[in-house]
Unconditional design. Structure first.
Length: 164
């Protein structure tokens, strides 16, 4: 049986979600199942994730973000907190049951950076994952404690950006 790894894709440049999706698609070629959970800013990644519906049931995408209409700043923050908590509860279930071979937690690192989750609770949940599961974490920044537990770390940076 294969041993799973923890992958971290972080940085301010574009491409983290695309990289995670690409790794997920490669995993399908190895007859592995993939689950992707969107943690924050689902609407900004809609163009990347919508085509993945064609890959179901082998590649499933879940998001918990709701549309917001004229909410106050406090209501928006509370809504995001609830959505992140629901997504994380779902992720913990998948980690513990081994429901897939590859779990992509897209935007989870941003949820930690913004204070919706703690690095400690993320690490505690990762420690309970099934031994064969690969877990991919994405976000702009990453806590040092998470970096130390990762098997592979990719810092995505922009070296050149042309105006289009």
């Amino acid at each position: 049986m294969r041993k799973g790894s923890i992958f971290v894709y972080y940085g301010t440049a574009k491409g983290k979600t695309s990289l995670a999706i690409g790794r997920g698609i490669c995993s399908l070629g190895k007859e592995q199942s993939v689950v992707m959970i969107q943690f924050m800013k689902h609407n900004s990644n809609i163009g990347e994730t919508t085509p993945l519906k064609r890959l179901e049931p082998d590649f499933k995408v879940f998001h918990f973000e709701k549309m917001r209409y004229d909410d106050t700043e406090d209501a928006i923050k509370q809504g995001i907190a609830n959505e992140v908590r629901n997504a994380f509860t779902f992720a913990k279930k998948i980690l513990e049951t081994g429901e897939c071979d590859v779990l992509i937690l897209n935007g989870l690192l941003d949820a930690v950076t913004e204070g919706y989750l703690t690095a400690e609770e993320v690490l505690s949940s990762l420690a309970k994952r099934t031994s064969y599961m690969d877990v991919l974490l994405t976000g702009q920044q990453v806590e040092e404690s998470i970096l130390l537990q990762a098997d592979f770390v990719y810092h995505i940076v922009t070296e050149k950006e042309s105006e289009v």
